[in-house]
Design a binder for this molecule. Structure first.
Ligand code: FAD
Length: 400
């Protein structure tokens, strides 16, 4: 990569946002690719090193998988001119939660009954492709797929990669290493060898299985297409988000001991008949059984660490810094916001990393910890409390 006077060479480890599609296939998406767009705009030389292969080269991209994009994420996309295509052209507006009780009764709870603001369901694959394409448009961005970071000297900006195609190792040296390599970040693990680096990881006792709800005849949504649907059942819940192609992508979130009891077709169908009968009708018995047993329940992890940087040469962003449980739908949104904040600091301190990185930790660590806590709390809210009157309301009623 040619050096440009006054500009830095920056490595981004992780092309961003991986997801399991089925047993064999993985998707990767965006925090790293978004960072590349912002930093390339400032004229820096960027090299992305991504463990997996390029999703754009894959023929079949599997079923639609989506996520909720909210204000934080949109602000970041707006800053690089991608908000319109991703949100306005291809996002599905979700104006509130639609709660489904056991008898199939519905109750809508709007997110914003005053101004009508909504959050948007966006296709993950599409978001991934748009960001990678946008990053690649900058001549100073180089994308290296099939490169796994295996070791790094974070103070010296040195890295060692395994080329997963050839099996060879490759060395690289840069001015700044950005670790956007997800919840199980190698960059963070290397940071953790240093004194005064704190890190706590928590696996919750609940996991999830992803399921697809087909559209009706004539390509219509099977349920309201402008809601995030929730089936709160106390200890566990189902959620589902609409897709642009009028299907829904749902998740069953439940304790692993519940999944342990769902090992046979009969057990699964009787569980869905008892707790999610309306959904069972929409998915159909055969499709439910086929999808459910296609994959093992996935784990959910929360990471809180501090600081997010090493001197003036390394920083972690996105899930690498603050992986959270998905119940507040803020994981990717917060990762996008990290990049927006980093970019603002680049502007304020004229790309002086010695000033930018400590300020980034100062501004982001406590916020990262807080949003991890909120995400954890929101699971109880979504699967249980949402069906109950508030504590204050109950106290008020008790007094009557
Ligand atoms: P990742 O997505 O983990 O990407 C890291 C990338 O780094 C991957 O491509 C990986 O291959 C690569 N990598 C890893 N190790 C190495 C290495 N050693 N060398 C090179 N590359 C490496 N968030 C929302 O905002 N809204 C939602 O609605 C939402 N829904 C969710 C639903 C579920 C069920 C789950 C599990 C999460 C959800 N999230 C949501 C969270 C969101 O998916 C994550 O916050 C987001 O994926 C984090 O992106 P990332 O780029 O930081 O990390």
């Amino acid at each position: 990569m040619t050096e440009v006077e006054g500009k830095s060479c920056i490595a981004i480890v992780g092309g961003g946002l991986k997801r399991t599609v089925n047993k064999k296939k993985k998707l990767l998406l965006q925090v790293g690719a978004l960072a590349a767009c912002f930093l390339a705009k400032r004229g820096h030389q960027i090299v992305i090193y991504e463990y997996r292969s390029d999703i754009r080269m894959e023929k079949s991209r599997g079923q639609s998988i989506n996520l909720a994009l909210s204000f934080r994420g949109r602000e970041a996309l707006k800053a690089i001119g991608l908000e319109n295509i991703l949100v306005k052209c291809h996002g599905t507006c979700m104006r509130g939660r639609m709660l489904h009780d056991k008898d199939g009764n519905l109750k809508e709870v709007l997110y914003d009954s005053v101004k009508g603001n909504c959050i948007y369901s966006v296709n993950r694959q599409y978001l991934n492709v748009v960001l990678l394409d946008a990053a690649e448009k900058y001549p100073q961005v180089q994308l290296n797929f099939n490169r796994k970071l295996v070791e790094a000297d974070l103070e010296k900006g040195k890295m060692k990669f395994l080329n997963t195609h050839t099996g060879a190792t490759e060395d690289a040296k840069v001015d700044l290493i950005i670790g956007a390599d997800g919840a199980h970040s190698t960059v963070r693990k290397i940071m953790a060898r240093r004194p005064l680096f704190n890190c706590a990881q928590t696996y919750i006792e609940h996991g999830y299985v992803e399921l697809s709800v087909p559209c009706k005849e004539y390509n219509e949504f099977a349920m309201s297409g402008n809601n995030l649907h929730v089936w709160p059942r106390g200890e566990f819940m189902m959620t589902s988000l609409p897709n642009e192609n009028h299907t829904f992508t749902g998740n069953l979130f439940a304790p692993f001991r519940v999944f342990e009891k769902l090992k046979t077709r009969e057990a699964l169908l009787s569980f869905y008949t008892e707790h999610f009968s309306d959904l069972l009708r929409l998915i159909g018995e055969e499709k439910l059984v086929e999808q459910f047993f296609e994959k093992e329940p996935q784990t959910l992890i929360s990471i809180k660490c501090k600081p997010y940087h090493v001197g003036k040469t390394a920083v972690i962003v996105g899930d690498a810094a603050h992986a959270m449980v998905p119940f507040y739908a803020q994981g990717m949104n917060t990762g996008f916001e990290d990049i927006l904040v980093l970019d603002e600091l680049m502007e304020r301190y004229d790309s002086n990393f010695a000033k930018i990185l400590p300020k980034f930790s100062e501004l982001r660590c406590d916020n990262g910890h807080a949003i991890c806590d909120l995400a954890m709390y929101n699971y109880i809210e979504m699967r249980d409390l949402v069906t109950k009157k508030s504590f204050l309301f109950r106290k008020f009623v008790d007094k009557l």
